[in-house]
Ligand binder design. Structure first.
Ligand code: PMP
Length: 441
């Protein structure tokens, strides 16, 4: 990545001819269920840009869905993976273990919220780690029920489909889903008609839990501290602490799904840190390993140790290349001050978007923290979602060479997840392009 020029530069229309050829091959060879946001094929990426097969250089506001937080092909990650690849690529930690896995577990135990004794287990994907958090919580509590929230996203495996809220595209036609999963109301300040405060919103959720599930049946409450796919929904202050307190008082395992929010993304190392919430278990993935597939469950040692030996695991979980990448990612975050960088990115982005909102009443809400920021688009003067506007603005940003993603239960949210290696100049240029896209939409 080192010699990749850090500027937006278009030499063809988007998509260019070579991307179009590859898209035709993709349609012929790849299952239709695998969608793409932009029909542009990448050849190189780093800093704040992605270069495509036609020679276009695009500004990256997606980080491959919040993964390349330290930047794509970040130098320490590349070097660590190269060295590990030369030494060995796999033995299976469950057959002949290796130090990298233990070192990642130690780092997670040290860095995640709370100074109690912790242990970790490593997996491959976010969904796989969420499933394992549930296995561990059930083994510990000897209870079965799992509570999740409106608008939640936890993955695409069978149990995590049940935990995910949105039917289309994640669940529709793929049932039956896993049992004993119960959904309760979230704190969604923009859509909470009565301006419910955080503790009151928690009370509302707890009432549903107590009446419809019963604390005595409940193994775990699983929540994204800032919801990702659901629309970057930041709950009102006090919501997470009240839920966590209720869980502690009722012997329920409080699980923070920090797959999207973790590893400096929100301007704290973990989003739970913002309000000093200490989850019993925390699930991490995405930003943990600079682009290599790795995920983890970390938490209270007594809970983590609840499973019998060999009840947890998997062939590839904690793969040595991914562990080397994770250690290099953590070193990069710490030595380059990336938590502070995420806060600066948040400040710059929020300032621009709040200004834009003053001029444009189709922007109903601006929210998020750090480098996890979104705008929710509505019909002017209402809270009625406008997914078509989100689609049009995203498409015109794509045409202009900016990678931007949408999300939200109603599909009306534009989300910004730049790599923390992006320059202020590139970020500002991308926000200029978005401003123009709004004006033209
Ligand atoms: N939890 C959250 C909060 C996520 O954002 C995601 C992915 N978007 C997942 C779980 C699932 O992760 P994966 O795609 O790696 O299975």
């Amino acid at each position: 990545m080192s010699d990749l020029e850090q500027r937006r530069h278009l030499v063809t229309a988007i998509p260019g001819p070579r991307s179009q050829e590859l898209m035709a091959r993709k349609h012929a060879a790849v299952a239709a269920g695998i969608g793409v946001t932009m029909p542009v094929f990448a050849v190189e990426a780093g800093g704040g840009v992605v270069k495509d097969v036609d020679g276009n250089t695009l500004i990256d506001l997606g980080s491959g869905i919040a993964v390349t937080t330290v930047g794509n092909s970040a130098p320490r990650v590349v070097e660590a993976v190269q060295q590990q690849a030369e030494a060995f690529t796999h033995t299976c930690f469950m057959v002949t273990p290796y130090e990298g896995y233990v070192a990642v577990a130690e780092a997670l135990n040290r860095l995640t919220p709370g100074d109690h004794e912790k242990k970790s287990a490593l997996f491959n994907s976010g969904a796989e780690a969420v499933e394992n958090a549930i296995k561990i919580a059930r083994a510990h509590t000897k209870r079965q029920a799992v509570v999740v929230f409106d608008h939640a996203y936890h993955g695409r495996t069978n149990l995590t489909m049940a935990m995910t809220a949105k039917s289309m595209p994640y669940k529709s036609g793929f049932g039956p889903f896993a049992p004993e999963v119960y959904r309760v109301p979230l704190s969604y300040p923009f859509r909470d008609a009565k301006q419910v405060d955080g503790p009151a919103a928690a009370r509302r959720a707890i009432d549903v839990i107590e009446k419809q599930v019963g604390a005595g049946n409940l193994a775990a409450v699983v929540i994204e501290p800032i919801q990702g796919e659901g629309g970057f929904i930041v709950p009102a202050d006090g919501f997470l602490p009240a839920l966590s307190t209720w869980c502690s008082a009722n012997g329920v395992v409080f699980v923070a799904d920090e797959v999207q929010t973790g590893f400096a993304r929100t301007g704290d190392l973990f989003a739970c840190d913002h309000e000093g919430v200490v989850p019993d278990l925390i699930v991490t993935a995405k930003g943990i390993a600079g682009g290599l597939p790795l995920s983890a469950v970390t938490g209270r040692a007594d809970i983590m140790d609840a499973s019998h030996v060999s009840g947890l695991g998997g062939t590839y979980g904690g793969n040595p290349l991914a562990c080397a990448a994770a250690l290099a990612t953590i070193e990069t975050i710490e030595s380059e001050g990336l938590v502070a960088r995420a806060r600066d990115i948040g400040q710059l982005t929020l300032e621009r978007l709040h200004r834009l909102r003053l001029e444009d009443d189709r922007i109903g809400d601006v929210r998020g923290r750090g480098a996890m920021i979104a705008v929710e688009l509505v019909r002017p003067g209402t809270t009625e979602p406008d997914p078509e506007l989100a689609r049009v603005v995203a498409a015109s940003a794509h045409q202009a060479g900016v990678i931007v993603l949408t999300c939200g239960t109603y599909g009306n949210v534009l989300r910004f997840l730049p790599p923390l290696a992006i320059s202020d100049e590139l970020l500002t240029e991308a926000l200029d392009i978005l401003t123009t896209a709004f004006q033209e939409a």
